[in-house]
Design a protein around this ligand. Structure first.
Ligand code: HEM
Length: 236
């Protein structure tokens, strides 16, 4: 009995950890899209200045990055262990499909969380290599030398394969967010017949808007309707 109770608590604890770290990672995704909207301007300076301002935080930025890395690792750890223990407990249920009804809400996104999560892990690794640790172009803004990330992003999204991979990954991000955000609130005990439908709709709208926002960037840059690329990549 005591062992059963301990098991239950550890599973509840891991779900809560997955929910809290997931929601904290969502705050990064919110900020990241809003900051990246500067990529839609034809002037590289505002985006480069924004990235430079963040980098100027120095040790504070490194501390925040390490904290988010810890959230990321804890999120993966709790997600994987919850998934594996569920599979061990009910190996057959994963082969069955269909809607289990409220509040479990079986959807494409809810049944593919482990796969979408693993794809996002690969996405983030490639993404960091491409941008954060990618080529270090420099530019001057108001006489200050800084990294030209605008140029790097424009160069990257001139390549169709990158655009395709980003669009695919962002659809998967949307699926992960759709179930993840809703489920996080459920795991934290926020289920009530009055709030649950509203949280479900909010998670759906948030996931669609954020995925579309991220998808719009590579597509906009690839098609380059305002002819920015020539100038930015010095192709003249
Ligand atoms: C089309 C969409 C995106 C664009 C154009 C973009 C662009 C960038 C750029 C230019 C950087 C480098 C910033 C720097 O080194 O200062 C960066 C960093 C990063 N991006 Fe993205 N990003 C996109 C989507 C995403 C998504 C969806 C995620 C997460 C799921 C993500 C996660 C990260 C992370 C974790 C970093 C490192 C942040 C840091 O170390 O401070 N990005 N991104």
């Amino acid at each position: 009995m005591a062992e059963e109770k301990a098991k239950l608590w550890s599973s509840v604890g891991k779900k809560a950890l997955m929910a809290v770290t997931g929601l904290l990672l969502v705050t990064f995704v919110i900020e990241h899209l809003l900051g990246n909207l500067l990529l839609f301007t034809t002037d590289p300076d505002p985006f480069n200045k924004y990235a430079y301002t963040l980098m100027s935080l120095g040790k504070l930025l490194i501390a925040v990055e390490l904290v988010f890395l810890a959230f990321f690792i804890l999120h993966m750890y709790s997600g994987l262990t919850v998934y594996l223990s569920k599979r061990k407990a009910r190996p057959d249920s994963y082969r069955k499909s269909g809607n289990a009804g409220n509040p479990s809400k079986k959807t494409l996104s809810s049944t593919t969380m482990i796969i979408s999560g693993l794809v996002l892990l690969v996405f983030v690794a490639i993404h960091l290599k491409t941008f954060k640790f990618g080529p270090h172009y420099t530019t001057f803004v108001d006489g200050v030398e800084m990294r030209d990330l605008y140029k790097l992003v424009y160069q990257t999204f001139a390549q169709p394969l990158y655009v395709f991979w980003y669009v695919l990954s962002m659809v998967i991000l949307g699926l992960h967010l759709r179930h993840g955000v809703w489920s996080a609130f459920q795991s934290l005990g926020l289920h009530h017949h009055r709030f649950t439908p509203a949280i479900y709709t909010f998670a759906l709208i948030f996931a669609v808007v954020w995925a579309l926002g991220f998808i719009a960037m590579p597509i906009w840059i690839f098609f380059d309707p305002l002819n920015v690329r020539q100038d930015v990549l010095n192709l003249m």
